[in-house]
Structures are given as C-alpha cells and as structure tokens.
Design a binder for this molecule. Sequence first.
Ligand SMILES: *Cc1c(COP(=O)(O)O)cnc(C)c1O
Length: 371
Amino acid sequence: MTDFISLATAGVRGLKPYQPGKPIDELEREYGVSNALKLASNENPLGPSPLAVAAAQRVVQEVWLYPDGNGFKLKEKIATRCNVSMDQITLGNGSSDPLEFAVRVFVSPGSEVLFSAHSFAIYPILTQAAGGRGIAVPAREWGCDLDAMRAAVTEKTALIFIANPNNPTGTWLDGTSLEGFIRELPSRVMVVIDEAYFEYASHPGVGADGYPDTMAWVERYPNLVVTRTFSKCYGLAGLRVGYSVSHPQVAELMNRVRPPFNVNSIALAAAEAALDDDAHRRRSVEMNAEGLQQLMMGFERLGLEYIPSVGNFICVDVGREAAPVYEALLYEGVIVRPVANYGMPHHLRITIGTSEHNDMMLNALQKVVTR
Ligand SMILES: *Cc1c(COP(=O)(O)O)cnc(C)c1O
C-alpha cells in the first residue's frame, strides 16, 4: 500500500491533532458514571440566549436554501456594535476560521510565527500545517512577556498571535502595554489578537482593569487582526460562529481563502439574536465573576495555588503531577482539562460553572487531593 504519510507535506507529517476536552457521553460510556459534569471546554453553563434558540428554530425550516455567503445581516450587527465598517469583518466557522485564514494568507514556508508559551494550542498547529516555524516565546508569570516577544522578532517574522485574555492561563495584557508593543513593531508583521473571552474581560466592574478596545486601533495599525467568537460567553459553541475585524484589504485577502458558505444559516440567525440579548450576556458574565470568587476561595481552603484569571476558567496548581488527579476526577464524574501539553504538568484548567457545578467540582477535588 502507498505510505500516505510520506506523501503528506512536511508540516502535516509532524503534526499532532488538537486535543479537545473529553465529551460527556464518552466519559459516561468509558467510566460507567452518570450525570457527569464537564468543566473542560470553557462553555457557558447558562447555555445560549433563549432568543438565539428561538431564532435557530425558525431558520430550521429554511435549511434547504444556501445561507447568505456574505452574512450581511450578522456583519451589519457586528459593525454597529463594534463601531467598524462591514468590509472589515470576516465571518468564520468559529473564530478558529479567521485564525486559520490569517495564517494561510500571511505565513509562507519558512516564515516565523510568534506566540507566548502556555498559549492556545491551535497557534502552533496552524503554523506548522502552513510550513511556518512556530516560536513559543517564554512567558512571564504565566502570561505573555511583551518585551521577550519584541526581542524575538526577526526579518522572518510574519505573524504574532496574542490571546487576550490567554487560554489556558487566564492572564491578560492592559491596553497601554499592548498598544505600545504594536506601535513599535515593523508594520510588515501581522498581529492577531485573539479575544475569545472579550465579553468577560471587558465587562465593567468585573473585567480586567485597563482592558483595551483593540477594534478602535485597527485604523491606526493596519497590520492588526482582532478575532472574537460566539462560542464562549454567547453559549453557541456547537453552532460554530466567530469573526475577525481588520483593515478592509486584509479582510479581502482573508476572504480569498475563506470556504464559501463557511457559516451556516442556523448559526447566522442564532448569532444575530444572541448579539441583541444584553441581559443574557450580563447574567453570564456576572455569574462567571461570582463563580471565579467561589473557586478561588475553594482552592484557598484546599491550600492550592491558582493563576488569577479574567476568563471563564482558571488554572489550579494541584501541587503534584496533575494527570492522576485528572483521572481520579473522571471517576468522580467531573471532566476538567489537563494542561501538561501546554507546559503546565502540575495544573488543571477548570471552566467556571454554575454555583452548584462549582461546589460539585470542589467537593470532588477535595476528595481526590486529600486522599
Ligand atoms: C475557545 C477559543 C477560541 C475559539 O474557538 P471557536 O469556537 O473556534 O470560536 C479561540 N481562541 C481561544 C484562545 C479560545 O480559547
């Protein structure tokens, strides 16, 4: 038989696929537990807005028609909300799509792509698949070290990924530091700011102090691409919708590699409705802020250190190899996320749940770590 691996491109040959959180069904099947709790993929425990669900249901009748390939109505809503023009927006099947488009447009074989250590696993995967060279810049206190990042820029640097807040660490950068960094970069270096947790970090009162409005910067820095998603705070992870905002010329380039109809009609309708539900978004963010407090207090009671987070998840240091703790939690019916593959072998990343979920998880964790 043909050895197809030898036919794959060099980048793909060395790739390991992205590891998602364990699905609930799989845990229940394999471990014989029931009523499992999944706190592993930063999903919104409140679920989607009822307005989004109703909109999705209405559109089901029309799925024999192709969706609007330009997503006009959703783009119009995003443009108004973000104070940008429609030609700056690229819609995606999740924000993973525009992240990939940016790489496909700007990264050639041999180009260098920078990202922080302990940041989102998709960045090195996309880079390597494109034949680029991914460089993980050492972090400072688990977060992105902008000075080290600046020092790592070379002639070959094509693109820099910065997740703000960062997944899995929950760390964040303030506007002054981040804008200073972008200002000093050569304008030929693309910067992709991944704002998957924007709604949590930007929320008045509970978000991050000095969290920037990066979309307002795109005019000043045309090498900037900002991505956001409906998967996290909007509770639409299963429908796959996200977008980027960039200079119109960059958006036009990304549009060249975008598969036609990459956002389906149900997702478009649900996302439009979700944007209008300010109350649901506020409830989600406020519940998350309370849950973060609950978890931090719980960890302190257990004598465990954690990394302060402004996302809907938090990394806790279990004070030993985390893999067996993760396994033991599975037997308790609780799925969290091991992050050894992010260079964090003693941490677990835990999504903030409802107050009841959080108590269940803390009880299971206590049982496991005091064994
Ligand atoms: C969840 C996440 C995304 C995007 O996920 P999509 O579902 O594809 O929108 C992007 N970046 C980070 C850092 C994330 O945590």
